[in-house]
Every structure is written in structure tokens, then in C-alpha cells.
Design a binder for this molecule. Sequence first.
Ligand SMILES: O=C(CO)[C@H](O)[C@H](O)COP(=O)(O)O
Ligand SMILES: [Fe+2]
Length: 242
Amino acid sequence: METRTRNREDTRVPQRLLAPSILSADFGRLAEEVRAVEEAGADWIHVDVMDGHFVPNITIGPDVVKAVRRATTLPVDVHLMITDPDRYLEAFVTAGADWLGVHVEACVHLHRTVQRIRELGAKASVAVNPATPLCLVEPILEHVDMVLLMTVNPGFGGQKFIGSAVSKIRQLRRWIDDRSLDVLIQVDGGVCVDTVDVLVESGVDVFVAGSAVFQGSDYHRTVRALKDRFNPSGKSHQGGRD
Ligand SMILES: O=C(CO)[C@H](O)[C@H](O)COP(=O)(O)O
Ligand SMILES: [Fe+2]
């Protein structure tokens, strides 16, 4: 399971990663779509799980994650937008999630939840809505592998990027770097060629993009355009900054 992407001790050149969200894929040809973005150069596959309670939309469950897992060798990154996520952690890890993300707003005992994700053998990620203060994840930073900062209100693909999230990314970058933590910063929502530059500059490691990738017909071209923008000519980034 290839999950580590940035470690201060690594001599490898760290790269920013692209995680296409299958929310905007053609669900009728899901395996084909997953293979197509893998071939086009995607780094992870991002899977959005919505329950109609935590967010006003319903998507998929563990069986579909299983199908995605079978379709790709890439890390599968599952974003749980559900209430009471503890009930389903094991099902999603068993289905094939390499990364499992829960929303801070949905967890009563966040530390217990992220510990459980790690015990199950997955990398633990904590997601934060645009209107949620970042201080809620500050006490948990040493216990997670990634923080997902939402740049839209969760629930749907194709929404407009919320620019006020950028100051939160910068603050999070400072906390992680000042404490030399091995924690990735992921952004999700409205990521496209028009928004990616400010995100790179703020210190993002992993970019989720749904509609920007799947709306076009040439996945190779779109994936290349995004990745060239955040990894120009294989340039490295130290601590998330060039
Ligand atoms: O978590 C999500 C929505 O809640 C999706 O991952 C996100 O919206 C991706 O779609 P787009 O790139 O089109 O904004
Ligand atoms: Fe997502």
C-alpha cells in the first residue's frame, strides 16, 4: 500500500498528488472510468460517501468501494460524509480503503475514531468544512496522517471554490511544519486550473478534483494540465512550499 508521499527525512523528491473524485464519473462505467484516470496519470482515487444526513445527498457504500478497489492498483481514498462514521469504519477498510477520512463535525470522540482507523490498517484523515474553525483539528494533528480542508460545502461536485479556506490552509501548513509532523494537507472542492495556483502556494499536498477531471473527454490532457501546474517540471517542494 503506497501511501507515504512526503517525509522530511526522505531523499526522494516529494510530489504533490492528484486524486480524481469519482463523484463526477459515469457510475454506469465506473471500473472503466477508474482505469482511465489511472492510465491518465492520477495518483489516488477519491471516493465520496454521502448518507443523506450529514450532507444533503446520497452516494455509495462499501460494495462500490470494493469494485473501485478491484479496478485499480492506486491508493483508494475514502471521504466519509456521514453521521456516526464509527459504525462503518471497518466495512470501508475491509472493502479496500487505504485512506479513510471522517469529518470533525461528525465525530464525538475524534481521537478514538482516528485511532480505530489506524488499528484497522488504514491511514487516518480528518476533514473540516469551510465554516468549521481549524482549531478543532489542532489537538489531533499528531494522531492523523492527513487533514482534508473542504473548499466547498460537502455534498455535491461542481460547486464554486470557497476562497476563504486559503487562510486555513496556510495556518495548517505552519502548524505542520513548525512541529515537523508527517501530515498531508488535502483540499477538496472546486479544484481546477484556475484555483490550483493559490492552493500550491498555500502548501497543499493532495488535490481532489472531480468535475475538473471527469467533465472533459480527454483525461490525459486534463490530468497533465493540473499536474504540470502543481509539479512543474518535477520541481520539488519542501514543507509544502517551493
Ligand atoms: O467531497 C466532495 C463533495 O462533497 C467531492 O470530493 C468534491 O466536490 C469534488 O468535486 P469537484 O472537484 O467537482 O468540486
Ligand atoms: Fe470528497
